[in-house]
Ligand binder design. Structure first.
Ligand code: ADP
Ligand code: MG
Length: 264
């Protein structure tokens, strides 16, 4: 159950690939030669016990951390050296947890800023100075469409700090979508949520990300089994197995590493 062996130069290379991706903190190896090949439109989940290296792997892919070794390619382009903002401009969206909601701004202003930031990420400071956001019809259209899609129209002028918990989660999803990502990275979007909130967030993720390529880091195994096309299990920084939810549920090494007897 290893990933298909392909290189970034291949015509049929996966949309998002990592090759030999490694992160060491001093002597300690948190991510150990991880090869991922995530196909366009795939919903890939990364699971593993606490300390397996999931968040570190996530940080490497989003650009929050630089790898010690290895490469990351997106649509065949090597993005290993790009900043997080430059990755957003390459259609790799940040996660909920990396998304900044500005509490003093309205829902509409928050969404528009996120839409702008993707548009502006690759501009020089002088270009930004002369780029009047209100003239960007595309940005304004996109802002309105996303607010509608996420059912935020009623609260569009409300200040973000005044939102209900559910509306705030929806705003966070809106900010991810505002950058018009091709690939969406999510690190434990249900962390700290109650059962009901978790279910609602899962529904929202399934609904709005249907067409996207998703990499989800998640500890909630039931959620992962329901929504994933394929699951990668990490243990001690290394890939134990990659496969469909059925394959992962049956895999003995996965059970030993993480699932503690989980049966499908
Ligand atoms: P997970 O998200 O799977 O629980 P993490 O990626 O957060 O795992 O952590 C993997 C390992 O790397 C852990 O042992 C953790 O203590 C270590 N680690 C993570 N970040 C750092 C850091 N900045 N410096 C040193 N060790 C780290
Ligand atoms: Mg983590």
């Amino acid at each position: 159950m290893t990933e298909p062996e392909r290189t970034a130069g291949d015509a049929d290379a996966a949309l998002l690939q990592t090759a030999g991706l490694t992160k060491r903190f001093g002597e300690f190896t948190a991510v150990d030669h991880v090869d991922l090949a995530v196909e366009q439109g795939e919903f890939r989940s990364i699971i593993g016990p606490n300390g397996a290296g999931k968040t570190t792997l996530f940080n490497l892919i989003s650009g929050a951390m630089r790898p010690t070794e290895g490469t990351i390619t997106l649509a065949g382009r090597d993005i290993t050296a790009l900043s997080p903002a430059e990755r957003v401009a390459e259609n790799l969206a940040r996660s909920f947890q990396l998304t900044t909601v500005f509490n003093g701004l309205s829902v509409h202003e928050n969404v528009r800023l996120a839409a702008q930031s993707a548009r502006f990420a690759t501009m020089s400071p002088i270009e930004r100075l002369f780029a009047d956001p209100d003239r960007f019809d595309a940005i304004n259209d996109r802002t309105a469409a996303i607010i509608d899609d996420l059912g935020l129209r009623e609260v569009a002028t409300a200040q973000a700090s005044d939102l209900s918990y559910g509306d705030r989660r929806r705003l966070e999803v809106a900010l991810v979508l505002a950058t018009d990502p091709e690939v969406v990275l999510l690190d434990e979007p249900t962390a700290g949520m109650s059962g009901d909130e978790t279910a609602a967030t899962i529904e929202l993720i399934e609904e709005v990300l249907t067409d996207k390529t998703v990499v989800l880091v998640e500890h909630n195994v039931d959620l992962v089994m329901r929504v994933s096309d394929r699951i990668t299990t990490l243990n001690s920084g290394a890939v134990v197995a990659t496969g469909t939810p059925e394959e992962i549920a049956k895999n003995e090494q996965v059970r030993e590493a993480y699932l503690g007897g989980y049966t499908a």
